[in-house]
Design a protein around this ligand. Sequence first.
Ligand SMILES: C[S@@+](CC[C@H](N)C(=O)[O-])C[C@H]1O[C@@H](n2cnc3c(N)ncnc32)[C@H](O)[C@@H]1O
Length: 276
Amino acid sequence: MNYELIDSGDQKRFERFGDYKIIRPCSIAIWKPKLKKEIWADFDFSFSRSDQNLWTLKKKKPKNFIVKLSDHQFKLLLSDFGHVGIFPEHELLWSWMENKIKNENLKNLKILNLFGYTGACSIALAKTNSFVCHVDASKPMTLWAKENAKLNNVKEDKIRWIVDDVMKFLHREVKRNNTYDAIVLDPPTFGRGPKNEIFKIESDLIELLFLCKKLLKKDFKFLTLSCHTPGYTSQVLTNLLLQVFGNKKIVTDEILIKSKNSFPLPMGSFARIEND
Ligand SMILES: C[S@@+](CC[C@H](N)C(=O)[O-])C[C@H]1O[C@@H](n2cnc3c(N)ncnc32)[C@H](O)[C@@H]1O
């Protein structure tokens, strides 16, 4: 096993990424840890935001390290903001998409991945024989995502890499009459495009979804919306999808990271249109 939520509590989460045991802040974990202090003390790296953003290192800080999730490998690192370059909770979302594509023998789907970050979802989808258009505002993130694609032997023509503001890109795609079989999006609460374009989830998400609707083929296969913004529950996401897409089959839930030792850790919500 290459990723594991070891425990959570006291507003922290204790995870294992490959060979490394890492403690990071987690504001919602307001319960007490289940495992003993000695087990928590056996960490390799711990991040704290209390005084300044700081990693406590018990081992030499690796420049980067490789971790396997499902059948995919990702280059991770200890960033200055306490991120490692993957959201392990998204694994269940890619798995559903991978299974749907495989089980229904869907070939050469054209899939749009918005706010694609370090490429995990794009890579999982590209490996199903789909063609992915990966959009993210950050050039460094996109370079990192490309490295991850190489690490997974994804052929170059499988992913089209776009460094752009999501809203601008969507408007352009609508003008070009481009269409997709599926769309995946994980919008941040607040983000900036490459030219400092502001994205605010509370005012921009609904317009973004209307643009997505214009880009989806009539017989599209799915749209997966995930969200980590506090208070944006399953019902909030469902209301949005119902308003924009009308009466469709919507599957929605909390996004949980399960742990064999501890409570499941809620990391946000998702709502998915399954257009069978
Ligand atoms: C919440 S993360 C997305 C997590 C990712 N989807 C995953 O599965 O791991 C936010 C990403 O959105 C990008 N971003 C923020 N604002 C943006 C914008 N206006 N246009 C395009 N990308 C943006 C950031 O560069 C960052 O990579």
